[in-house]
Design a protein around this ligand. Structure first.
Ligand SMILES: [Zn+2]
Length: 157
């Protein structure tokens, strides 16, 4: 407990960021998509207010890929599932932080901005950067926390 007190505010935040991202990584395993499994969490005031993983809309078959192994157009990304889940509750994602295992695409980035999310922490950099560029343009804080760094952090603790 003493060691905890010695951490600066930034170190403490980093520690929480690493842990939430770890949880998002575990959550990604719920996805039945074969090509890629992505997990997301929305945290507000140190509370997880929503979660999501990539998959088809509620009521659809649990298959993400078509016969050619192409991801179906109606598959929702983890971020979109987490954001729209909040829309079904009385909660608000305003000023929340989104933890996601893969950097958001441009479509999800639009949703993130409009949902009032102020910070995005991600692990794996997606090949296209348009999403991140859009987030930064909108003043959303973007933190890249690669798995490598998360592992190092765990060792140090
Ligand atoms: Zn997306």
């Amino acid at each position: 407990m003493e060691a905890e007190a010695e951490l600066t505010k930034e170190q403490k935040q980093r520690k929480f960021d690493v842990r939430y991202l770890e949880m998002a990584r575990i959550w990604a395993k719920n996805s039945y998509c074969k090509r890629k499994q992505v997990g997301a969490l929305i945290v507000k005031d140190r509370q997880i207010i929503s979660d999501g993983y990539n998959g088809t809309p509620a009521g659809f078959e649990n298959v993400c890929e078509d016969e050619n192994n192409i991801t179906k157009q109606y598959v929702l990304h983890a971020e979109a599932n987490a954001i729209t889940k909040v829309a079904k509750t009385n909660n608000s994602s305003e000023n929340g932080t989104l933890y996601v295992t893969t950097s958001p695409c441009i479509e999800c980035s639009k949703l993130i901005i409009q949902a009032g999310i102020k910070k995005v922490v991600f692990a794996e950099l997606y090949s296209r950067h348009e999403g991140l560029e859009l987030l930064e343009r909108a003043g959303v804080e973007v933190v890249h926390l690669p798995d490598e760094e998360a592992r190092k952090h765990n060792r140090d603790q």
